[in-house]
Design a protein around this ligand. Structure first.
Ligand code: SF4
Length: 196
């Protein structure tokens, strides 16, 4: 238990990399959160309402954040391909350039350099959050691989090695590029607790 408490203390010390009072490189911590999310969000998650759900705030608060990012040229709106009445948010090339200065960059680099491996660290954190029931928390987005809504089948025309993926929530095919993107409707598959 002592080591677990120390681990939590250490996690809390990392918090100031993503939460801060004064803007960093001209953006607030929430603006960074929005820019970071949109850069990695799948097509279902690039709307103001999805963003409000991810950030854990109201549509009007998200609208203000988006206005600021659009005025700075980091984000733009386009008509959604699926539904012309909706908008799809996109990070501009200028926004991509800004993301190279993301305050969480050093944390990402430090995790990449871990001797135990970033994959193992990620899986351990995912396990911890799964035990906490992350559905009750904000900022809950992840990729399709661990989601209960993903179904897969092999395509006989392409051979066994070629799997076709479908999202049962959005009733849509998922291509390999989308598999690694963040989704606001992600729900964690039940974790195997054997031995735990
Ligand atoms: S499978 Fe899950 S994570 Fe992937 S698009 Fe569907 S709801 Fe989102």
């Amino acid at each position: 238990m002592r080591a677990a408490r120390q681990a939590v203390d250490l996690l809390l010390r990392a918090e100031n990399t993503w939460r801060f009072e004064d803007p960093q490189h001209g953006l607030s911590d929430q603006e960074w959160m929005v820019l970071r999310f949109l850069a990695r969000a799948n097509s279902f998650s690039r709307s103001p309402s999805a963003l409000a759900q991810f950030v854990g705030t109201t549509r009007s608060a998200v609208s203000q954040l988006l206005k600021g990012l659009e005025a700075k040229g980091y984000v733009e709106r386009r008509p959604s391909v699926e539904d012309k009445r909706s908008v799809s948010l996109r990070v501009t090339p200028q926004g991509d350039k800004m993301l190279t200065r993301d305050p969480i960059g050093p944390l990402v680099n430090a995790i990449s350099a871990l001797e135990l491996g970033a994959n193992n660290f990620r899986d351990a954190l995912r396990d911890v959050l799964g035990r906490l029931g992350t559905n009750q928390h904000r900022h809950h987005a992840d990729n399709c691989g661990e989601c209960i809504f993903l179904s897969s089948a092999s395509d006989p025309a392409k051979g066994k090695a070629q799997m076709e993926f479908t999202c049962r929530f959005f009733r849509s095919g998922i291509n390999s590029a989308e598999m690694d993107l963040l989704c606001f409707k992600f729900e964690q598959r039940r974790l195997d607790r054997a031995g735990g």
